[in-house]
Design a protein around this ligand. Sequence first.
Ligand SMILES: [Fe+2]
Ligand SMILES: [Fe+2]
Length: 293
Amino acid sequence: MYTPSVLSQEEITPLQSIELWEDDVLTRYPEAGEPAKAKEAFRNYDTPERDTVREFYRLNHKYQTYDFVMEKRKEFLLFNRKELKVWDAMEFLNTLVDDSDPDTDLDQLQHLLQTGEAIRADGHPDWFILTGFIHDMGKVLCLFGEPQWAVVGDTFPVGCAHSDKIVYPEYFENNPDSKDPRYNTKYGVYEHGCGLRNVHMSWGHDEYLYQITKDYLPEPALYMIRYHSFYSQHREHAYEHLMDDHDREMFKWVDKFNPYDLYSKSPKKPVAEELRPYYEALIAKYLPATIRL
Ligand SMILES: [Fe+2]
Ligand SMILES: [Fe+2]
């Protein structure tokens, strides 16, 4: 069993704020129409933010092993930490603010409301809007003391070879699975076209929220939640060989969702109390009165 037994504070919180990860994703996948500026920013490897993001991925790639994922599932899928109404869980998530990052002008709830509102403005079904609103709720893992690299960051399959399409692939060198013959071949513990439902992903807020909501939301919503950080597939198509036709069908929804996650930045900050009745009604329609975290 390989687990990081004692982590230093620097290993738990390499980023000043977890939003820095998303800022970095945005430089990798800029919105169509503004590539020049973003590419320039991406090339600028000397910024302190970039160094912390790099350190974040070094830790993520080193510690997210097959065994680590199994252990986290055992630990968190007991859901024995808290029982809350969904809106209260969102407010709980919103206690995760980090004043030390001057660039972060939106708190968690605002990012989620903006995502939901952008989906709503485009006339999508109500379950899609609700999905936009809750998709990052799994980040409450941070509030349970989990290291940032076990909550956010690009996710990827564990138990088989790491694709070089994953950001900073060189850091997988330090992941013991990359030296383990059970896990370091193209298919590892999986089979061709086995379907992602049979594949374990690196542990983080995507899988955790999927497990919380899996009995309640339509399947496209569950795919959006479960795979929204799986950039090496939905942007780079690096794991086609593990997917089946059903996954390919469902990933059309993941693709549809991703721009809302990345690019829903309206100049006007949403006012939570004004929008609350609308989202409370959506929550009541689809989700149970309380959820267990
Ligand atoms: Fe997310
Ligand atoms: Fe998000």
